[in-house]
Design a protein around this ligand. Sequence first.
Ligand SMILES: Nc1ncnc2c1ncn2[C@@H]1O[C@H](COP(=O)(O)OP(=O)(O)OP(=O)(O)O)[C@@H](O)[C@H]1O
Ligand SMILES: [Mg+2]
Length: 371
Amino acid sequence: MKQYTQPFRPFVIHWERLKADLPNRRVPQIRNLGRGARNEYLAPWVAVCHALHTRFAGSPIQFFVVCYSFFVGSPKLRKTEVRVTVCISAVQHLRRLRGGSQSHLLRASEGVSYVTKFQNNPQHIRVLANEMLASRLGLALGLPMPHVEVIEVSDWLIAHTPDLRIQLAGMEMPCQSGKQLASLFIGSESSGLTLDYLPRELLKGVRNLGDFARVLVLDKWTCNADGRQAIFSRKTPRSRRYDATFIDQGYCFNAGEWTFPDSPLRGAYANSCVYESVMGWEAFEPALSRAEEMDAVAIWQCAAGIPEEWYEGDRTGLERLLKTLYDRRGIIRKLISELRESTRNPFPNWRTSPTSVDLSAVTQDEAVEIR
Ligand SMILES: Nc1ncnc2c1ncn2[C@@H]1O[C@H](COP(=O)(O)OP(=O)(O)OP(=O)(O)O)[C@@H](O)[C@H]1O
Ligand SMILES: [Mg+2]
């Protein structure tokens, strides 16, 4: 099938890199007049600002730069102005991918490929918001997850790509244009070095097997209503061992519901052999402590930049979701314990800590004294 590519838009890319690098997003609200005229004008200025900000971190100069960014360099949005789209653009369709959300592999303007989930996917529009928020939380916990971005898919690309269609109940409809969810493609596009499943023997040899316990922290915290999903990649066909990367956070927060119906087995990986090395709470570190200690600002930062249309403009719902996440930090251990005590017995090698053994052995009177 003929492949169409969209005209290259270097300007947006340049912006994307700059914005990504800017610390704490303390930048002037950049607008553009028409198509990027003002971008061009402000881009070097922001670069200088960024350099100063980084070079003089913690000094009065940094304070000045931040103040200037907020109060002087922040032009008001005029009637004729539109916001700059701070996102990458899709330029080429590569192929369809398997799965319920009917994602597609697209090449972006910077030459990198992204697994793209569309707003009109058959699962739910909020799957996009979930994927972005939960992936960022996961990355903040130090978990191996693909970086997620907002990708702009143009009407032009959809109109010129017969494959960019969603199939639903025997009908076909074009994928929606506009802002879609892009997750960085792991591995090479064609060589088959990335797999969805590994047999038990190979699975036990996965280089970062310990991350399966750590990702449970995220799945319990966010009430992932799906089983944990991972892909396994190796660098060359000769490499024997695989690295796991955790994908598909779309059903965190109970998919489109944004509720937390906790249940012991939810969010666990299908094959319990990945948990064989779990002997105690230390197996979940540092992710567990990071989640428990994550402050409200850090949680909010993970939600920054999620397009409003991905959660149907329900800002109150988003606020409630983030507040609940903040509150749920304190019950992650309890949720993991419920899985541990379930009939599935996922952690057969768990050793009871010496302290709790001692405590269970003492009489009730002694226990009162200890308290
Ligand atoms: N970041 C990625 N890098 C490489 N491959 C990926 C990535 N994300 C997804 N895939 C591939 O795309 C497939 C579908 O992805 P994903 O599971 O996120 O979508 P889904 O529609 O929710 O699928 P399902 O309904 O089967 O869970 C995966 O099985 C995997 O093979
Ligand atoms: Mg999936």
